[in-house]
Design a protein around this ligand. Structure first.
Ligand code: URA
Length: 307
């Protein structure tokens, strides 16, 4: 099979999966590289997307975010088009506000009320969804930032209460921490709407930019010792968008957000999809670095998890 046909077959398969409700796929990193090369101008494949092919939580994986529309190939040239249809309406500019003076609790309560009453956040909700604000210990040393509420979170109105949250709590417990000891926030305050029966749509850049002031205000109030970005959306939100960024290259090392040290790791939902010992170990090593930075004691047993 020649390259043009093979590419067309892949795009058709993506399209079929999309029609069945799959909105993220995981593929090998080198395959992404090949696809990126193909998507270059010389390939005949129009790179008319903004975010639908995004590097995901690992160098081994990529998420392709549909909607995909695949055009008929013309002659022998690859003429497939990967297009993103804008699934979100245009949002107003990101909110600009000043938190009134007060103690941490007062500031946090003020901000929480503001977010829960935010007109845009409420307008973006699914019919039975709630706005989800961050929660946890306002004196937490560790502030974990995720992507957006999922199905369980939008119903509960709390972050990280679904399967990814359960896994996160297990990781915290392996560190000797609990949910109550940390602060949990998200880039987005609502579950991004999409028209599939199941699954989550990653937030658009516009959605992320809109909610970012709310997240940064939480960081300013809590003033944790360490921020942990879980996954690509959190990383892009906190460090700024960079299409060239590979999570595999930035995880496991220290970065900075609002003057605070930030560790990047894969999102727990990545581990749910890729429960290999290697993936678990990588995430665990990132958490070990956090433990060390927080001067928590690390036992030999803890150090050897997933080896
Ligand atoms: N995934 C996230 O990123 N955040 C949540 O709150 C739940 C799942």
């Amino acid at each position: 099979m020649n390259l043009a046909l093979a590419t067309q077959a892949v795009l058709e398969e993506l399209s079929r999966m999309r029609s069945e409700g799959v909105n993220r796929i995981y593929i090998q990193d080198h395959t992404l590289k090949d696809l990126e090369d193909l998507l270059g101008t010389g390939s005949g494949i129009e790179k008319s997307y903004e975010t639908q092919v995004e590097v995901s939580q690992s160098n081994e994986r990529v998420k392709a975010i549909a909607p995909l529309t695949v055009a008929e190939p013309a002659s022998t040239e690859v003429k497939a088009q990967v297009k993103v249809e804008k699934t979100t309406p245009t949002l107003p500019p990101p909110p600009s506000f000043e938190i009134p003076d007060g103690n941490k609790e007062e500031k946090w309560e003020w901000l929480r009320k503001k977010v829960l009453e935010c007109e845009t956040c409420n307008a973006e909700l699914n019919p039975s969804g709630k706005v989800v604000f961050g929660e946890g210990n306002l004196d937490a040393e560790l502030f974990l930032c995720g992507e957006a509420p999922g199905a369980e979170e939008e119903v509960a109105g709390s972050p990280f209460v679904g399967p990814a949250g359960e896994l996160l709590v297990k990781i915290l417990s392996a560190m000797g921490l609990s949910r109550e000891k940390v602060y949990l926030g998200n880039i987005l305050n609502w579950r991004p709407r999409h028209n599939q029966a199941y699954g989550n749509r990653p937030p658009s850049r516009e959605e992320m930019d809109f909610c970012l002031p709310y997240l940064k205000a939480q960081l300013e109030i809590v003033q944790p010792k360490i921020v942990m970005a879980l996954g690509k959306t959190a990383t892009d939100g906190l460090l700024g968008h960079d299409p060239k960024r590979r999570l595999s290259q930035v995880r496991g090392s220290w970065h900075e957000v609002l003057g605070l040290p930030m560790m990047i790791t894969y999102h727990p939902s990545y581990l749910l999809h890729n429960p290999s010992k290697t993936s678990k170990r990588k995430v665990w090593e990132d958490f070990l670095l956090v433990m060390e930075k927080l001067q928590m004691s690390v036992s030999e047993k803890q150090r050897a998890f997933f080896l």
